[in-house]
Design a protein around this ligand. Sequence first.
Ligand code: FE2
Length: 358
Amino acid sequence: MKYRNFPMVPRVVFGHGSFLQLGEILMPKRKSSEAPFIFFIDDVFEGQPLITEVPLLFNDQIIFISSEEEPKTAQVDVLVAKIKESFTEMPSGIVGIGGGTLLDVAKAVAIMLTNPGSAAEYQGWDLVKKPAIYHVGIPTISGTGAEVSRTTVLMGPEKKLGINSDHTPFDQVLLDPKLTHGVPKEQWFYTGMDCYIHCIESLNGTYLNAFSQSYGEKALDLCHEVYLGDISKEESRDKLMMASWHGGMSIAYSQVGIAHAMSYGLSYLLGVKHGIGNCLVFQYLEEFYPEGVKVFKQMQEKHQIKLPTGICAGLSEEQFDIMIQVSFGLVPLWENALGDNWKEIMTYDRLLQLFKKI
Ligand SMILES: [Fe+2]
């Protein structure tokens, strides 16, 4: 048995209003007045008070990015080319401010500034050769675990797959629950359920070990408190932020499972966003995760979340086939969920029937 030697985020700040410390944190990382910090910020914050608190100096730049769609390899390539054209020196660092999309774009650009070619060439496991430039992640919505993960999930020309590498994790994360104030209810639910599903898939997987279990159980408890408990909004924001962190840590040393494998298929073919895609799938997985799905439905009920229906209605056989191929391509997820003989358990037809329910 060869055990994996994982990198972790080496520095993290947690606290209400900690965003105001960002300038102080970045200062020692500034290489020169010509080497800017590039801030990728979710465009929902354009014109919002948060922008005035971004610690811009010298030729630092803010680039607003839409999180309407999942991040793409081509988008990363364009951003990298733009940065290289605009500045004579390599930036001092990249700061991603937003949800999973923004965090993933920040990680990918930081990697691609030092590695040649297109981001698509690095989708997979351990293909990145050179360390990324300094990069900082600041989540403004909780649940994806992108702030701790060693991957950056991108939609490529051929596949939706992460750049999984030791160079991917952030050098610094800033967790300020205050930044999650304005998140709309649906998004809060779908993204939080990403975390909840990380826990269920990790805790019920064959890859489970004491490391993953300890984080997964804590994250699951926190999700129960946030989505079923009776706690204040402020406490809930703090707890969901820590649930996301622990859920991410849990899957770092195990793996996700069926909902994620299928959600990747949905997202690849139809552009369904990760959080809602997971929910759309997970509601039909009671045979695999009975307790998890039961509690999920209680949470959905409590917050009166109605999931869209008929997403896969009217798809052609070819289209179902694409989703199934993308989904089956994620072998470690299936192995974790169902064990070595997963192919016998999850046949093509069984998966097709599941997709048809959505
Ligand atoms: Fe996820």
